[in-house]
Ligand binder design. Structure first.
Ligand SMILES: Nc1ncnc2c1ncn2[C@@H]1O[C@H](COP(=O)(O)OP(=O)(O)OP(=O)(O)O)[C@@H](O)[C@H]1O
Ligand SMILES: [Mg+2]
Length: 338
C-alpha cells in the first residue's frame, strides 16, 4: 500500500520558489491500479518522481506499507527504491543494448550473477510476451514492444509497486489496450500495486480501480472510479461517460439526469418507471457500461408531465436522479455535453 500524505513540492530558492504540488493526499491499496490524471503541467511527473523516491517532497510523507520512506538517508533510500519499479517512456531504453541486455541492466547494478541474470531475464521477457525478440535492439522493435521491454526491466528487481509515467502515450489505441491488459495481468499474477500517471481518460476507463485528478498541483477529485462514475456531481464521472444528447424534449416533458448508484439496478428500470408513474418515459441520451464488472451509467430521460415520486422511485432502484428544471438549463447541459 502506498500513502501520499500532505505532499507539497517547491522548486527553486526560498524567495523565488515555485510550489508545484500543494498538499497532495491519496492512497493506493495493495493490488490496486491507481491512475493519476491531469493536464500538462499539473504536476504529474513531479508526483511520480516523488512516489518513485527519485525526488524528495518539500513537505509531507510517502508511506510504503506503513513505513515512512520519504525521510530516509540516501543509503536506506537506495534499498527502498528496489521495492518500486518505474516504467519510463519507451525512449529510455539504451539504444546500443538488445532487449535482453536492457532488461538485465538493473540486475547487473544489483550485483546479480551472470547465470541467475540470464534465467531471470528470460523469464521476464516471456512474461511480457517478447521471448522471440530477445536479441533485437530498440530500433528494431515497435513502440509497444519497446514499452514491454521497459516493463520487463522495471520488474527485474521484483518490486512491490510499479509506477508508470505516460507509459502508453504515443501508442495507438490497440497497442495501448494491450499494454494496459499486460499491466492488469501483472497486477493479478504478482499482486503489484500500480500507479499510472496519464493524461488519457481511456487509461482510467480501461484499468484504474482508483483515480486522482490533479489540477495545477492540487487534488480536485479522488476515489474509486466506480464511485466517481456514480456521483452525479463528479466532473471526472461526466468525462468518463459523456452524455451526448442531441435530442430536444417536448415542452411538457420533465427531464432527469440519472446515474447508477449501485450494483443492483434492475436492467428494466425505465420500463418499471413507466409502469409505476403511468407516464411515458423517453431516453434522450445515455451510456451504460460495465466498469470493472460493475454497472455504471449516465442516462438522461424525459417523463411526460409532472409526477411527484420519480426521484423516490429512482432511488429505490439504486439510481440517483437529478431533475433538470427548466428547458434552458437542460439545453445548456446538453450543449455542454455535446
Ligand atoms: N526541476 C524543476 N524545477 C522547476 N520547476 C519544475 C521542475 N520540474 C517540474 N517543474 C514545474 O512543475 C510543473 C509541473 O511539471 P510536471 O512535469 O510535473 O507536469 P506534468 O503534469 O507531468 O505535465 P505533462 O503532462 O506535460 O508531462 C511545471 O510547471 C514545471 O515547469
Ligand atoms: Mg509529465
Amino acid at each position: 500500500m502506498i500513502e501520499v500524505r500532505s505532499v507539497t513540492k517547491r522548486f527553486g530558492k526560498r524567495s523565488r520558489s515555485v510550489e508545484v504540488l500543494h498538499d497532495i493526499d491519496f492512497s493506493v491499496g495493495t493490488g490496486q491500479i491507481a491512475a493519476v490524471i491531469g493536464q500538462s503541467g499539473a504536476g504529474k511527473t513531479t508526483l511520480s518522481r516523488i512516489i518513485s523516491l527519485l525526488e524528495r517532497p518539500s513537505e509531507g510523507r510517502i508511506l510504503l506499507d506503513g513505513t515512512d520512506v520519504s525521510g530516509l538517508s540516501e543509503r536506506r533510500l537506495r534499498d527502498q527504491r528496489r521495492a518500486i519499479g518505474t516504467i519510463f517512456q519507451a525512449s529510455s531504453l539504451l539504444a546500443r543494448r538488445t532487449a535482453t541486455e536492457n532488461v538485465s541492466l538493473p540486475l547487473e547494478f544489483a550485483g546479480v550473477g551472470r547465470s541467475e541474470r540470464r534465467a531471470r531475464v528470460e523469464e521476464l521477457l516471456e512474461r511480457v510476451g517478447l521471448s522471440d525478440k530477445a536479441d533485437l535492439y530498440p530500433r528494431q522493435l515497435s513502440g509497444g514492444q519497446r514499452q514491454r521491454v521497459g516493463i520487463a526491466r522495471s520488474l527485474a528487481l521484483a518490486p512491490k509497486v510499479l509506477v508508470s509515467d505516460e507509459a502508453t502515450s504515443g501508442l495507438d489505441p490497440n497497442t495501448t489496450r494491450s499494454i494496459l491488459a499486460l499491466l492488469r495481468e501483472l497486477r493479478d499474477d504478482l499482486g503489484l500495486t500500480i500507479v499510472l500517471i496519464t493524461h488519457e481518460m481511456d487509461v482510467v476507463r480501461q484499468v484504474a480501480d482508483v483515480v486522482t485528478v490533479l489540477d495545477a498541483g492540487r487534488v480536485v477529485e479522488s476515489g474509486p472510479v466506480i464511485e466517481l462514475l456514480r456521483d452525479p456531481h463528479s466532473e471526472l464521472g461526466v468525462g468518463l461517460l459523456p452524455d451526448r444528447s442531441h435530442i430536444t424534449a417536448e415542452d411538457r416533458d420533465v427531464l432527469w439526469h440519472v446515474t447508477y448508484g449501485s450494483d443492483t439496478v434492475p436492467t428494466n428500470w425505465i420500463e418499471l418507471l413507466g409502469k409505476a408513474t403511468g407516464r411515458s418515459i423517453g431516453v434522450l441520451s445515455g451510456t451504460v457500461e460495465s466498469v470493472g464488472g460493475r454497472p455504471a451509467g449516465r442516462v438522461t430521460i424525459s417523463v411526460a408531465g409532472e409526477h411527484p415520486s420519480v426521484g423516490e422511485l429512482l432511488s429505490s432502484w439504486g439510481l440517483h436522479g437529478t431533475r433538470v428544471d427548466d428547458d434552458a438549463s437542460a439545453r445548456a447541459t446538453e450543449e455542454a455535453a455535446a
